[in-house]
Design a protein around this ligand. Structure first.
Ligand code: DGJ
Length: 700
């Protein structure tokens, strides 16, 4: 066998080797795994030819167009409008920056298309970013029907286990699994945001191996805030081939001569340590995305939405603010309802000035009183939204997505601004600059509560040339980038009716995100459990709310709700006016304990201890350096008075500790050996009133 041209990318602990096919028609994956995995025969060898299909249909191709790959899924479908579909390119050139970056170029001169497959490793992580640049090099424009970011090929002997995060509004991020032996799995969104139904994230393992432990685990995450899809095919060549990319709302996009379309980045991660190990890879990557802002402590907030709803007015807000400050809150956020016409969800959106009736002494006077309590002030906005009853709509009906001559669908009684328009972006920027410039606002919650329905821009030209989905994403990112550059001290929370817009492009430009509107204790536990598989605790905003509250009525203690919320970024969203003095004192105690350990929660490496389906579950956070270990623990089982059987049901076996070291519980002074914590587990004596705990262990 002659040596093929090949390239090796190297991350902190992994390698990714790509070789050129003998025909020069595609590049294919040779090895992906821990350092050294590349020396040996490739597990993706597809040389057992199968009758009736082409070699390209079998190959673990990195990126291959329809035309070259006629039968099995292709990553790119392109044509000259009116002509046959199909790309028949050949390898043109490669450029590599040592083992850190790679660019492989393929060209189809007949069609007039050049494609660059781009790879970049992320320093200090086990993540490789991949994307594709498509350039129209001919005289005729091109029509791109499918233009994924990249494909990854994963060896799976008989079946692959797919782990994904699915749900709906108020039940986002449910960890879901299936085994794929044949056929195709697909998920995605056409809602202009990633959506509540699926996160743009997938983990793949060989189904013959356990999900946790020393199981090679591969993951992808698409860094795109708009429409998307991820497909996974059990391929005849033996691999599971995962393809991911954006989906143009208009069915295709046009590429003009000389123009380049750059796809979103697909982050590709590997861990030899199961789903939990993969979660740690993603968390490290997300801490890097946050940059210097990682060193800014995430403040304990109070948000008044669940307490007052739309009935926002100074007196009741100040009553809440005073109580929140007494409990140790560091930030007071006024949610929806602070602007005129917003007595309910039928009006007001677009008219972003404080309602003088709600703040009779002036908005600044109100903010001043909040700040005098020792808290920062934060405000909710929904910049892309517009109420038909607003003054903004009367002035600019043309700013709304619509299809000429067709009725507009209302979702939550509102319409959506076409944020792809520069004039709309400028309006949003000016609005936010004015609010942040005129008032001492330290925190902005950016919400979005409806997807676009009649998604058209009358007069804007043929739909395929407008690429409205990409334009909206570009507008959204432009505004977020502006906030970061021009208001660097303002903390930004990303929200879309709960967790409908959470992916890396948003996480890189916000400080926290809101995973779900559902804060009911047991529901939230499973939302957060799924969320932490993909995203880091420092991004996970979470509130203590009343129980029973808006959602799941299963009662849980105040302690349970606090430990739940402090597993990420702690907030309080309950109507604390109704709390007893004892409850407020207890709450203040939890807030104080959280402040002591939030650094470990936000910077530590996590381990997921059991699942919410187990009677006792928890999250272990290891402080970098190993001095402290924090455990958030919950009892999820029935607490009906029957004595709990001591043993596994009320213990959590910790992981990764030094068995010879001794660890002291800072609250009780109890000292346990690492060996005991690893092998017998951390014991809990649960009861009906004691169903959660925060344990801080200090290494002796
Ligand atoms: C949906 C958000 O997810 C909630 O937290 C709240 O801000 C409401 N919108 C307000 O309308």
């Amino acid at each position: 066998m002659t040596a093929r041209e090949s390239w090796l990318l190297r991350t902190e602990h992994t390698v990714y080797e790509v070789a050129l096919a003998d025909t020069g028609q595609w590049a294919e994956l040779v090895a992906w795994g821990p350092h050294g995995v590349e020396s040996g025969p490739s597990p993706l060898d597809w040389s057992r030819r199968t009758h009736f299909i082409t070699p390209a249909d079998l190959a673990p191709a990195e990126y291959i167009p329809y035309g070259l790959r006629p039968f099995n899924g292709a990553d790119l479908v392109a044509q000259r409008p009116g002509a046959e579909r199909g790309v028949y390119w050949r390898f043109t050139e490669a450029s590599a920056d040592a083992d850190r970056a790679l660019r492989l170029v393929f060209t189809d001169d007949t069609l007039g298309l050049r494609a660059a497959l781009c790879y970049e490793t992320v320093a200090g992580t086990d993540v490789i970013l991949r994307w594709t640049e498509l350039t129209c090099v001919g005289d005729d424009e091109l029509r791109l029907e499918r233009f994924d970011s990249a494909a990854v090929n994963i060896p799976a002997a008989d079946a692959a286990r797919l782990t994904y995060l699915s749900g709906q509004w108020s039940r986002e991020f449910q960890r879901t699994q299936l085994e794929l032996t044949r056929g195709r799995f697909e998920m995605g969104s056409t809602q202009a945001v990633p959506g509540h139904a699926y996160a743009p994230w997938l983990a793949v393992q060989d189904a013959a191996a356990p999900a946790e432990g020393a199981t090679p685990t591969y993951g992808i995450a698409l860094e795109w805030s708009g429409n998307w899809h991820i497909t996974a095919d059990a391929e005849p060549g033996g691999a599971l081939r995962v393809r991911a990319g954006r989906v143009p709302h208009e069915g295709a996009v046009r590429l003009a001569p000389g123009a380049t379309l750059t796809t979103p980045r697909l982050a590709c991660a590997f861990s030899p340590d199961g789903l939990e190990g993969l979660a740690r890879v993603w968390h490290r990557y997300e801490r890097g995305l946050t940059g210097d802002r990682m060193n800014r402590p995430r403040k304990v907030l109070y948000n008044s939405w669940e307490a007052t709803g739309f009935a926002v007015e100074a007196a009741s807000q100040l009553e809440l603010a005073s109580l929140a400050a007494d409990m140790g809150a560091e930030l007071f956020v006024v949610d929806d309802g602070w602007f005129p016409g917003r007595a309910d969800d039928t009006g007001g959106l677009g008219d972003w000035t404080p309602d003088p009736k709600a703040f009779p002494a002036g908005f600044d006077d109100f903010i001043g009183q909040v700040r005098a309590l020792g808290m920062d002030f934060g405000l909710w906005v929904e910049p892309e939204a517009i109420s038909p009853a607003s003054e903004l709509y009367a002035r600019h009906p043309e700013w709304v997505y619509r299809v000429e001559g067709r009725p507009a669908t209302l979702v939550r009684n509102q319409l959506l601004l076409d944020l792809g328009r520069t004039d709309v972006q400028d309006f949003v920027l000016a609005t936010l600059d004015r609010l942040l410039g005129d008032h001492p606002i330290s925190y902005l919650k950016w919400d979005m509560n409806r997807p676009p329905t009649e998604r058209g821009r009358p007069g804007g030209g043929p739909a395929e040339q407008q690429d409205l989905d990409a334009a909206h994403v570009a507008g959204y990112l432009r505004v977020l980038d502006h906030l970061r550059a021009h208001h660097p001290d303002v903390t930004v929370e990303g929200c879309a009716g709960g967790g409908a817009r959470i992916e890396h492009a948003t996480i890189a430009r916000t400080d926290v995100v809101w995973p779900s509107d559902n804060t009911a204790p047991l529901d939230r536990l499973s939302i957060q459990y799924g969320y932490l598989h993909a995203h880091a605790p420092h991004t996970m905003s979470s509130w203590v709310t009343d129980s029973p509250g808006v959602f799941d009525p299963r009662p849980r203690s105040l302690g349970f709700r606090f430990v739940n919320a402090m597993a990420g970024v702690l907030g309080i969203g309950a109507d604390i006016r109704t709390w007893t003095p004892e409850q407020r004192t207890e709450a203040a105690g939890w807030v104080a304990r959280y402040k002591d350990i939030r650094d470990v929660i936000h910077h530590g490496e996590i381990r997921l201890l059991n699942t919410p389906a187990d009677a006792t579950c928890g999250v272990q956070y290891d402080e970098p350096g190993g001095a402290r270990v924090v455990v958030t623990a919950w009892n999820t089982g029935r607490l009906d008075g029957a004595p709990l059987v001591p043993g596994r049901a009320s213990r959590l076996r910790l992981r990764g500790l030094d068995p010879r070291a001794r660890y002291a519980d800072t609250a009780t002074g109890t000292v346990l050996s690492g060996a005991h914590l690893l092998h017998s587990g951390l014991p809990f004596t649960w009861s009906a009133h004691y169903d959660a705990e925060l344990v801080v262990l200090t290494r002796q």
